[in-house]
Ligand binder design. Structure first.
Ligand code: HEC
Length: 122
């Protein structure tokens, strides 16, 4: 009886860790609410921050009509999933002197979900 209960618990745990590894677009959309005070997700629409539509695969500092910091403009970064993960984990660390006044998304799983969502905006 106990062994059976433990078996069920272990199976539940495995199912949980498997699902937490896969990026979840719907969950990422909820994380993206944290960006919406400064960023629009609509094409070409800059606000306090540049539009995040099509950001995955875009060169940093490339939106026309947005006044980027020199640090961002000259960073020569392309927003791959890896670079986005590093930037969103610590905005000040990846692009020294950039102007994004945001402390970052601390949870790795949240960042993975968020980047999966951003990748759908194209
Ligand atoms: C307080 C406002 C603010 C918040 C909140 C914010 N950002 Fe930003 N973000 C900015 C600003 C301003 C810039 C431009 C930085 C620069 O030019 O140095 C920027 C730049 C960026 C860039 C670079 C885009 C490009 O075109 O090169 C990305 C990517 C980005 N933000 C993603 C995010 C994401 C994802 C979130 C939410 C988790 C977020 N930001 C939250 C203000 C914000």
């Amino acid at each position: 009886m106990l062994a059976k209960t433990l078996g069920v618990a272990a199976a539940a745990l495995l199912a949980f860790s498997a699902s937490s590894l896969a990026a979840d677009i719907a969950a990422g959309k909820r994380v993206a609410v944290r960006c919406a005070s400064c960023h629009s997700f609509a094409e070409g629409k800059n606000e306090l921050g540049p539009s995040l539509f099509g950001v995955v695969g875009r060169k940093a500092g490339a939106m026309a009509n947005f006044a980027y910091s020199p640090a961002m403009k000259n960073s020569a970064i392309v927003w791959t999933a890896d670079n986005l993960d590093a930037y969103l984990g610590g905005p000040k660390a990846l692009v020294l002197g950039n102007h994004m006044g945001y402390q970052g998304v601390t949870k790795e799983g949240d960042r993975a979900d968020l980047i999966a969502y951003l990748a759908t905006l194209k």
